[in-house]
Design a protein around this ligand. Structure first.
Ligand SMILES: [Zn+2]
Length: 237
């Protein structure tokens, strides 16, 4: 089972590890910082042993990385894993912006039901089953979210059940929510948020979330990271 270092330290951008299995183009590793597509958050981009990762997916609690044909890796090889930090940090900021917006929607609109969520590099979205125009609550949500961001509150991330790999995040006095994503340390890292309403169909409302501006960052300086191969953007909509 891959040890998920992205939970212990979601700010790590490079890790030396070992391959544990190789089956055609699919590889597993002993430890990983490379987040797979999971819980609506898109996968990281990056490399294993300088080979480009085409896909990172979960299989039960294992994570399988698909490399290009002819990668040449064998089980037990020492490899360095690198992730595209610019992308990951944007995903983390949008992910947590979406967490706060979702909690505030629940707090303001009571029995509303979430129908889905997706976090891409350029925006996050949350879909709801709701008959009214959801943008009515945007001013109050934006004001309260901004207050939390300016207060730079601590975000606790931990296991609720380590054996089953169940995780949660918590902001004391605000919410405690189950989630296995990669989370920021402080709300101030989000920066500025902007909300847009989309109406994807009858009885459905969508909130699109954008982040911009400066964040109070714990992130390593991207200029000091080795450049990675670039990938085309995709928001999966
Ligand atoms: Zn989360």
């Amino acid at each position: 089972m891959t040890k998920k270092i992205f939970w212990e330290d979601p700010y790590l951008t490079q890790l030396d590890t070992l391959t544990t299995s190789v089956k055609d183009t699919d590889v597993t590793v002993e430890q990983t910082i490379f987040f797979p597509f999971s819980g609506g958050q898109e996968s990281d981009y990056g490399t294993i042993g300088d080979r480009r990762v085409l896909q990172a997916r979960t299989e039960g609690r294992e994570i399988v990385y698909t490399l290009e044909n002819g990668h040449g890796l064998k089980p037990g090889d020492q490899v360095s894993m690198k992730i595209d930090w610019e992308r990951r940090y944007k995903l983390m900021r949008l992910h947590f912006a979406a967490e706060i917006v979702l909690e505030l929607v629940y707090q303001k609109l009571g029995p509303i039901r979430k129908a889905g969520a997706h976090i891409a590099q350029d925006k996050a979205r949350i879909d709801f089953e709701w008959d009214e125009n959801i943008s009515k609550v945007f001013p109050v949500i934006q004001k309260e979210a901004l207050g939390m961001i300016e207060a730079n509150q601590e975000i606790i991330s931990a296991f609720s059940d380590e054996e089953k790999e169940k995780r949660y995040w918590e902001i004391r006095g605000f919410a405690k929510v189950p989630c296995g994503g990669t989370h920021l340390k402080k709300t101030g890292e989000i920066g500025e948020i902007e909300l847009k309403r989309k109406n994807p169909g009858k009885g459905k409302e969508r909130i699109e979330i954008y982040v911009s501006g400066n964040s109070i960052s714990f992130a390593p300086d991207p200029a000091k990271l080795q450049p990675l191969l670039s990938f085309p953007g995709s928001d999966g909509l």
